[in-house]
Design a protein around this ligand. Structure first.
Ligand SMILES: *Cc1c(COP(=O)(O)O)cnc(C)c1O
Length: 453
């Protein structure tokens, strides 16, 4: 055994913190999700393929809806950018969530799923006039104002439609949170929203108050993603509540709603330890209540926008192993490059953010000695890595299936056609049945984009 290697049993195990709730090995050692053998999915739908555990996703949506309502939220929106299809839009709304959309495309999917407008919130730092008109015409419940230009644009669209559009103003509070850390600065060097410092938000509120086709509901703040504890929310809530207090003192406007965004973290590795859903909700609720009490303002209704935490843990990616190449490193170490039939086109997060993932041999169980591996894709780019450091059984062979955990969020939704590779399909599994969520793209789909001569 190589030094530092985990045991074969550890390399075979499916930790319940990381894998979907209905993902287990069956009696013969094959990975199953909701009773479906991953080999059957691979055979019927091809690889790579995303597999969503519907009940897992629904249960997380339900837990967020309940926990955050308990903590004072009037609405919890699912952040569609994590992954959206009409099936997912229906599941999350059936479980009590609204949907946060950030483009005309995401809005169109929610509309096709029949999600009522009042359950939708629209984001975006550069919404087009068409996107704004589509949102206003569909009577979306909230549009988040992200710039001064947008105040006029949304007001005009609403006036044209004969509607009064409820809006929030997005404030950047100078907090950037990730896992157990956050950075707090006075000024934020980023493109979203209006600075909570220097009076920009107050000025936006003043302008909105004068426009009869807009009604100001409250403020919005989103501080980061993959956040494991409530410490970042402490500073953010203090700053946004101070802002609400200034708006009340100066303009006599009492804000009804405070949307604190998303960013609740999930476990990608068994060593990851995000706060439990209910604990996080309660801590944030307590923080806001205390800040409001200190500021002497009424506690507004809260709203949240978790994305990753709803869909991320519910999804896995199944790949087929193509080539296996041991590469000698210095000091006599060997790293085995395992190439799979996808890569950065279906999971850009490793290359983009240095993200870590858990990978397992899925088509069978193995008690062979673990070997140190790097799971890489098929693209013409050395940075095309799916899992940078992984232990896999040393009897791994071409044709074996690998599964990567927690790929439900920000993988298919960020997928590309790099190298003219068709994007993978997405299937959902429930009670032993498989359904297509998105079919696999074909090369003909891609060729069809060119004009025919
Ligand atoms: C990305 C984003 C979210 C969702 O973030 P998660 O980390 O997936 O929970 C919510 N709100 C806004 C404004 C975002 O940009």
């Amino acid at each position: 055994m190589a030094s530092g290697a985990p045991s074969p049993a550890a390399v075979d195990a499916l930790d319940s913190r990381v894998w979907p709730r209905n993902c287990v090995r069956d009696a013969s050692g094959v990975m199953t999700v909701a009773g479906v053998d991953v080999r059957d999915i691979a055979r019927d739908f091809g690889t790579p393929v995303f597999v969503l555990d519907e009940q897992d996703l629904r249960s997380r949506a339900r837990e967020y809806a309940l926990a955050y309502r308990e903590a004072g939220a009037s609405m919890v929106f699912y952040a569609a950018k994590a992954f959206l299809s009409t099936a997912v839009a229906r599941w999350v709304t059936e479980e009590g969530l609204g949907i946060d959309v950030a483009s005309g495309g995401e809005l169109a999917v929610a509309m096709r799923a029949g999600v009522p407008g009042e359950l939708l919130l629209m984001h975006g730092n550069n919404k087009s006039e068409e996107e704004i008109a589509a949102a206003v015409d569909y009577s979306v419940g909230r549009i988040v104002i992200d710039s001064f230009e947008e105040i006029a644009r949304v007001a005009q669209a609403a006036a044209k439609a004969g509607r009064v559009q409820p809006v929030l103003v997005r404030a950047t509070v100078g907090v950037e949170a990730h896992t157990h850390e956050f950075i707090a600065t006075a000024h934020e060097d980023q493109k979203f929203g209006l600075s909570a410092q220097g009076g920009a938000v107050e000025e936006a509120v003043r302008r909105i108050a004068k426009l009869p086709s807009l009604t100001l509901v409250g403020l919005h703040s989103h501080i980061g993603s993959q956040i494991f504890d409530a410490s970042g929310f402490q500073i953010a809530a203090a700053r946004v509540v101070a802002l609400a207090q200034r708006i009340y003192d100066e303009q006599g406007i009492e804000l009804e709603e405070l949307n604190l965004g998303g960013g609740m973290g999930i476990a990608y590795l068994d060593s990851d330890d995000p706060l439990d859903v209910a604990d996080m909700a309660m801590q944030i609720g307590d923080i806001v209540a205390k800040e409001c009490a200190d500021a002497g303002i009424t506690v507004p209704a809260l709203a949240f926008e978790p994305g990753r935490a709803i869909v991320g843990p519910a999804g896995i990616t199944v790949y087929e192993v193509g080539t296996i190449k041991p590469v000698e490193l210095d000091h006599g170490l060997v790293r085995t490059y395992v190439s799979v039939d996808g890569g950065m086109s279906d999971n850009i997060r490793t290359a983009l953010y240095g993200a870590d993932y858990t990978v397992r041999l899925a088509s069978r169980s193995s008690m062979a000695e673990p070997m140190l591996c790097r799971v890489v894709g098929k693209h013409c780019e050395s940075g095309d890595v799916v899992v940078r450091d992984a232990w896999l059984p040393s009897d791994l062979a071409p044709g074996d299936l690998l599964a990567v955990a927690a790929t439900g969020a920000y993988c298919r939704s960020m997928a590309s056609n790099y190298n003219f590779v068709p994007r993978p399909g997405v299937v959902s599994v429930k009670g032993g049945d498989v359904s297509t969520v998105l079919r696999r793209e074909t090369i003909d789909d891609l060729l069809g984009l060119e004009p025919t001569t």
